[in-house]
Design a protein around this ligand. Structure first.
Ligand SMILES: NC(=O)c1ccc[n+]([C@@H]2O[C@H](COP(=O)([O-])OP(=O)(O)OC[C@H]3O[C@@H](n4cnc5c(N)ncnc54)[C@H](OP(=O)(O)O)[C@@H]3O)[C@@H](O)[C@H]2O)c1
Length: 250
């Protein structure tokens, strides 16, 4: 089977690529950092005797999905993992950074799913793993676009998991909380309460999502703290929820 992992040059994506290759799948590794991808591809080929193809591509570009599909027309396992967050007051963010965030976290994820799902359905076999976040369960003042994007990913994935029921294709949404990757660096979040608290390891979070994908589960919220966030977002009064959410990332 051929698997595509977006954001495979580090963090969770690298761990997904390792899990897939260890299970004997051919992997296509997508991210912007071509040299990192080439080194990872070599590691995976040597360790697992699989085909590993690096594709250096900016997935926030217009029709990035089309460019990837032109190179890799077929996919059996799609891991929509690439994502990043802007951190700051919305009206002060650089508009080009906002666009980049929506393109990567929402548009390309949607377009890749739209491109590869029909083939999976025809073959009666396929897996899609979309990486959202516990941020998808609540609004996030000062990371408004990121939290809204992840809410989209949760909703989109769960709807598709129902649409694909019985087709041989499954759609799983992984919702990690703070995890030790390059994410906090890029979002400049190391000084926030959220990232000062203990963080999960990337390998364990990826393993939980990968197992959930293999079982065809619609949602995976790894770890007790993240489950607490999921449930308290449902039960906490909105005003208090917004206040605590703000304090976590301010
Ligand atoms: N870490 C956390 O605390 C956490 C919590 C909840 C959810 N998540 C989600 O987990 C997913 C993976 O993030 P991570 O934590 O592993 O962060 P990470 O270490 O920063 O990895 C992000 C990956 O996405 C790639 N990427 C970023 N911008 C890209 C672009 N424009 N085009 C193509 N690839 C791009 C990066 O590679 P290049 O830089 O080489 O392009 C990298 O491989 C994201 O969707 C994130 O929102 C993370």
């Amino acid at each position: 089977m051929r698997a595509i992992v977006t954001g495979a040059s580090g963090g969770l994506g690298l761990e997904f690529a390792r899990l897939l290759a260890a299970d004997g799948h051919d992997v296509v590794l997508v991210a912007r950092s071509g040299e990192k991808l080439e080194a990872i591809a070599q590691e995976l080929r040597a360790a697992h005797n699989v085909s590993a193809t690096p594709v250096a591509l900016d997935l926030s570009g217009a029709d990035a999905a089309g460019a990837l599909v032109a190179q890799i027309p077929q996919c059996d396992i799609l891991v929509n993992n690439a994502g990043f967050a802007n951190n700051g007051r919305f009206d002060m963010l650089d508009p080009s950074h906002v666009r980049e965030e929506v393109m990567l976290d929402v548009v390309t994820l949607t377009e890749l799913t739209r491109a590869y799902l029909p083939g999976m359905r025809e073959r009666g076999n396929g897996r899609i793993l979309n990486v959202a976040s516990t941020a998808g369960f609540l609004p996030g003042p000062f990371m408004a676009v990121y939290y809204a994007s992840k809410a989209y990913v949760v909703s989109f994935s769960q709807a598709l998991s129902e649409e694909t029921r019985g087709s041989g294709v499954t759609v799983t949404c992984l919702c990690p909380g703070a995890t030790e990757t390059g994410f906090a660096d890029r979002a400049a979040m190391h000084d926030t309460l959220l990232f000062k608290l203990p963080k999960a390891g990337a390998a364990g979070v990826a393993r939980a999502g990968y197992r959930a994908m293999l079982k065809g589960r619609d949602l995976c919220v790894p770890g007790i703290t993240n489950k607490f966030v999921q449930w308290s977002a449902k039960l906490t009064p909105r005003r208090l929820l917004l206040w605590t959410s703000r304090k976590a990332v301010e």
